[in-house]
Design a protein around this ligand. Structure first.
Ligand code: CA
Ligand code: CA
Length: 277
């Protein structure tokens, strides 16, 4: 083969490989949010009393009692434009208008929690009264109660230790709590349904009961899933490599990996062909 023809072949192979990568990107786009993501609030719309649900489901929450956004960069990431919501422990609450946790066979609620003063009373961090209740109860423990799947908890870490990542999960066979990405408590309890109530999903108070029980501290990036997350998914949230919008379905990860593999195996014969002709 002539030198110019070989050069042409090499250039053609490079172009084809580039096109193949572009094609693969179109065939295998970045994974969408986990299909079981129910709602996600990042608290990054500080001009509004409405907390925008960043999932496609539109479960916006409304601030009442005077809960305030932290200043820009006051959110977990510490970056400009990242806000958290600060609760006064008196009457502040963020409430949806939906009973998000009713009749779940499995669920996960995850988010960042910060409390700079020790809790002075039973206080709710997130949940839905009479179905799933999470918060300080008593003041020395983080407690996770469900209507029909038992309850669990662990001793409260000291106040003033910054942001912590909390996960409360019902797998159908156990209640699982993660703290800063580590599975800190698992309590076996089998149920096909964690219960239902007409109460709404709330953050910062009115969780242990329909009224009262207000949390003093801040929350950021709270999300609800209609499934149990894997330990790897929890770790990715806690170490900041994923947000609730980028925690992928395990199936999507497999598809992307398969695409990359196909690309690799298809390119090899073409290159060796060029060398032997
Ligand atoms: Ca208040
Ligand atoms: Ca935020």
């Amino acid at each position: 083969m002539s030198k110019s023809r070989r050069r042409f072949r090499r250039a053609f192979a490079r172009t084809a490989a580039t096109a193949a990568v572009a094609g693969a990107a179109a065939l295998f786009p970045a994974p969408a949010a986990h299909a079981d993501l129910v709602a996600y609030w990042d608290f990054d719309n500080p001009a509004s009393a409405t907390l925008v649900d960043r999932s496609p489901n539109g479960f916006n929450a409304t601030i009442s009692g005077g809960a305030v956004y932290t200043p820009s960069a006051g959110g977990k990431s510490g970056q400009a434009g990242d806000y958290a919501l600060s609760f006064d422990g008196v009457n502040d609450v963020a409430a949806t208008t939906a009973s998000l946790l009713s009749n779940r066979a499995r669920f996960t609620v995850a988010g960042w929690v910060r409390y700079d003063t020790a809790p002075t009373g039973t206080s709710g961090i997130w949940g839905q009264n009479n179905v799933v209740e999470v918060g300080f109860n008593p003041t020395t423990a983080l407690n996770f109660w469900t209507h029909s799947g038992s309850s669990t908890g662990f001793a409260t870490p000291a106040a003033g230790t910054g942001w912590h990542h909390l996960v409360t999960m019902g797998t159908g066979t156990a209640l699982v709590m993660y703290w800063d990405g580590v599975e800190i408590k698992t309590t076996p309890a089998v149920t096909a349904n964690y219960g239902s109530s007409t109460d709404k999903f709330k953050m910062g108070g009115q969780v242990w009961n329909a009224t009262g029980g207000h949390f003093q501290g801040s929350l950021d990036d709270v999300a609800v899933w209609n499934d149990a997350l894997t330990a790897a998914q929890v770790a990715s949230l806690a170490n900041g490599s994923a947000t609730p919008l980028s925690v992928p379905e395990p199936a999507a990860v497999t598809l992307v990996a398969t695409g990359a593999l196909l690309l690799t195996t298809r390119r090899r014969p073409r290159e060796s062909q060029g060398a032997t002709v």
